[in-house]
Design a protein around this ligand. Structure first.
Ligand code: UDX
Ligand code: ADP
Length: 494
């Protein structure tokens, strides 16, 4: 009797154990991320999700945006019309779109049907109220958090992809927990380190992937879910997990350090121009010291892009608001040198044209903030054009990827003058020769490779003499161009 009781109990326990194992297995299986939603189909959301879709064919990814025109462009059968120009991106989109990568305006359904939601909306510098001109404007992030809270009926992992000030995750979590439908939210910080123009390669071979999350059991589980996604192509040792605040701050600090190197070498370029030193030689000489390293020491007309200025101003604002004025001032200097570099370049053009550009044609080659992108946010070209137009010049621009409407709205956004006046002063060309025809000065502002291959003899023959060329990126062969007859001004050379 006793024997049969134990026999029965053993069988029952075994069955229980067996069922539990199945239950855990099933639970784990279903807990694997199978649906991702990304809010924001811009320069970060688009390329990042395209690469995740390519590397994780088992995950369905829906990228949503409030901007219908942008979503339509992502869905355009003509891949030339994708809203983001990035080498290699169109190819990936053609392989994944309609299979496991979708672009949609139906934000609610995408949120509802996903276990993981990336927030990749814009966080521009505030243009109003407290923190104007420095703090990040988080209104778009807040709208997303409220939307996720309102729509969600099942547990979600929310991933901050946009660059955000430290402790934003706390604010997002508060909104989610206080206004949600009682479902559990885990908030992770997973900052993007891709650089535009090389985004696809950066995503394929990231130096590191950073994931910050709560150090609780559920926080660690959420971190693990995101690690599992990246592990599909990034070696585990390159995935670094931290607490959420370290992750948020590291993004700002990485950009501040990179920008600081450019401002440091740019400050030395001014010194080189009034001495016999050559900034490229100085850059090479210091970069050969392995403690310094050679990257991000290329002197230029000034850095641009949507991140560096915004993130440093953000850091400055955070430091100031915590009473750390010396820290704030230290980092603010990086921005001040960058502004100085851009205006110094514009002033040099004017000085060489006998101190007046009024009524003169100035040609700008390049409007994008760097090569291989159609992005012009915070590009040095905008500020140089603005300065010259303010002094009466006619600006003629050629850029292989930036459109006229983008250029015009960049100028309008500065608010220096009326749209009508900007339209009268800015001339767009879709080929380089007419842009340079009969101009008083030509300035190279973006390092597009094609500029190096132009027939500079022909351009010289069609220039007003003395023909002046300002190489804001030091990409042209100075000796060769001078031999043609141009007066050449390079950055950081006497
Ligand atoms: C930057 C960071 O590199 C990236 O990690 C982060 O995720 C976003 O911000 P991005 O702004 O896309 O990327 O381009 P980046 O290559 O960093 O260039 C920024 C600006 O600095 C450009 O205007 C570029 O021309 C300029 N630059 C860069 C220099 O003037 N000199 C250099 O040596 C390097
Ligand atoms: P980034 O360079 O950070 O990707 P972009 O400006 O290129 O910045 O892209 C951000 C995208 O986020 C834009 O297309 C914008 O329309 C979108 N966006 C902003 N707010 C929302 C929102 N509340 N819901 C959906 N999309 C949003």
């Amino acid at each position: 009797m006793i024997v049969s009781f134990y026999k029965l109990k053993f069988q029952t326990d075994n069955l229980y154990l067996h069922n539990s194992i199945i239950a855990i297995f099933v639970l784990n299986f279903f807990m694997k991320i199978k649906n991702i939603c990304c809010i924001g189909a811009g320069y970060v959301g688009g390329p990042t999700m395209a690469v995740i879709a390519l590397k994780c064919p088992h995950i369905k990814i829906t990228v949503v945006d409030i901007n219908k025109e942008r979503i339509d462009s992502w869905n355009d059968s003509n891949l030339e019309k994708l809203p983001v120009y990035e080498p290699g991106l169109a190819d990936i989109v053609s392989q994944t779109r309609g299979k496991n990568l979708f672009f949609d305006v139906d934000i609610d359904s995408a949120i509802k049907n996903s276990e993981m939601i990336f927030i990749a909306v814009n966080t521009p510098t505030k243009t109003y109220g407290e923190g104007k001109g420095q703090a990040a404007d988080l209104k778009y992030v807040e709208i997303c958090a409220r939307k996720i809270a309102e729509i969600s009926t099942s547990d979600k992992i929310v991933v901050e992809k946009s660059t955000l000030p430290v402790r934003t995750a706390e604010a997002v979590k508060t909104i989610l927990d206080k206004t949600g439908n009682g479902v559990n939210f885990e908030v992770l910080s997973n900052p993007e380190f891709l650089a535009e123009g090389t985004a696809i390669n950066d995503l394929f071979k990231s130096d590191r992937v950073l994931i910050g999350g709560d150090q609780t059991e559920s926080g660690m589980l959420a971190i693990n879910k995101l690690v599992e996604i990246y592990e599909n192509w990034i070696p585990r040792e390159k995935i670094y997990t931290t607490n959420v605040w370290s992750s948020e701050l590291s993004k700002l600090v990485a950009n501040a350090f990179l920008a600081q190197r450019i401002s440091s070498i740019n400050s030395i370029s001014a010194l080189c121009e009034v001495t016999e030193a050559d900034v490229e030689e100085v850059s090479k000489a210091i970069g050969m010291d392995s403690r310094i390293g050679s990257k991000f020491l290329k002197s230029s007309v000034g850095f641009g892009g949507s991140c560096f200025q915004k993130d440093i101003l953000n850091l400055v604002y955070i430091a100031k608001s915590l009473g750390l004025n010396e820290v704030a001032e230290y980092w603010h200097q990086v921005i001040k040198i960058n502004n100085y570099q851009k205006i110094r370049f514009a002033k040099n053009i004017m000085k060489s044209l006998f101190n007046t550009v009024s009524g003169k044609k100035i040609s700008l080659l390049g409007w994008a903030f760097k090569k291989n992108t159609n992005d012009s946010r915070e590009s040095a070209a905008i500020y140089i054009a603005d300065y010259l137009i303010e002094n009466g010049a006619e600006i003629h621009v050629y850029d292989p990827k930036v459109t006229y409407s983008r250029m015009l709205s960049d100028l309008n956004d500065l608010g220096t003058r009326t749209t009508v006046k900007n339209r009268e002063s800015l001339f767009y060309h879709n080929t380089p020769l007419p842009a340079c025809f009969k101009s008083h000065a030509i300035a190279v502002l973006t390092e597009w490779d094609e500029f190096k291959t132009y027939n500079w003899e022909e351009i010289f023959d069609n220039s007003i003499k003395p023909a002046k060329l300002f190489d804001g990126r030091n990409i042209l062969d100075k000796k060769k161009i001078e031999a043609i007859g141009f007066e050449v001004y390079s950055i950081g050379k006497s």
